[in-house]
Design a protein around this ligand. Structure first.
Ligand code: 15L
Length: 271
């Protein structure tokens, strides 16, 4: 059984993956935050990937890395710089030094969020990030490309839409990614032989998708879910949104200045 490191394991996507992949791999979980609901037998290492020493420690001796750790929404530059630029570099570089070849990097729909919703885009389009967070994901994709070409590492980039048990609004009907489809695509990233550098879209088989996900299908991905099942219910509840945001695939990220990260430690108010 392969040993797989999941960074950012306490987050939303990490928690779904922990559950879905537990029987398939020996998981090593890590995060900056403590793992509160640790089940018996789970192997957790608390680590801050903005420190190279921590990145070296957690990546030692694994067969593959699913690098979820980092800032997961639009936010202030300093946080994104530490977690998504320095942290991502540290994890990729630590993997190289420890001889770990395979990395699954969950990039984001926000790496291409400034494409319009009336466009269908594939894995070859030029990035169009919709904020600082999107830029940090493009950085991860570029670093993955460098490490694949220069060091022969195997990089599987998943531009994730929105992972949720059910789609939550109209925009997410296009980019919804069910937990079991997420697990299937990540497993392809871990197990498929011969990967060099691939970009795929992390979405279910959604009827309203604005991605041409043929690269994922070519690699064997067969989504089991389609957000359309929930469309009627979701659209009934939908309220009109910001008209500019509605034009673009990235939604409110294209207009947001700072969306606070609910996972970040709260600043104390000054008296
Ligand atoms: C993302 O990349 C975020 O990590 C997630 O929190 C959602 O905001 C998602 O995109 C989305 O666009 O719905």
């Amino acid at each position: 059984m392969k040993t797989v490191l999941i960074t950012g394991a306490t987050g939303d996507v990490g928690s779904h993956l922990r559950r879905e992949l537990a029987a398939r791999y020996k998981l090593r979980l890590s995060d900056k935050r403590p793992l509160e609901n640790k089940s018996k037998g789970e192997n957790f290492i608390r680590a801050d990937i903005s420190k190279m020493s921590d990145a070296l420690k957690i990546t030692r001796g694994v067969d593959a890395i699913v690098h979820l750790g980092g800032y997961s929404v639009e936010g202030p530059w300093e946080g994104i710089l530490q977690a998504n630029i320095i942290g991502c570099y540290n994890v990729f570089e630590a993997a190289r030094r420890n001889g770990v070849k395979r990395i699954i990097f969950p990039t984001s729909n926000h790496a291409v969020g400034f494409y319009r919703r009336d466009q269908t885009i594939d894995h070859k389009v030029y990035p169009k990030p919709d904020g600082r967070y999107g830029v940090s994901k493009v950085f991860g994709e570029a670093l993955g490309s460098l490490y694949a070409d220069k060091y022969g590492m195997e990089m599987f980039m998943v531009r994730i839409g929105n992972v949720n048990p059910v789609p939550v609004d109209k925009r997410r009907l296009s980019i919804w990614f069910s937990p079991r489809d997420l697990a299937q695509l990540v497993s392809i990233g871990i197990d498929k032989p011969g990967i060099k550098f691939e970009i795929v879209y992390g979405i279910s088989g959604n009827k309203r998708a604005w991605y041409d996900n043929s690269n994922a299908f070519r690699l064997g991905y067969k989504p089991q879910d389609d957000a359309e099942t929930y469309a009627e219910e979701v659209l009934k509840k939908e309220k009109p949104g910001d008209p500019t945001a509605e034009l673009y695939q990235g939604g409110i990220f294209v207009v947001a200045e700072e969306v606070p990260n609910p996972a970040a430690p709260r600043k104390k108010k000054r008296k």
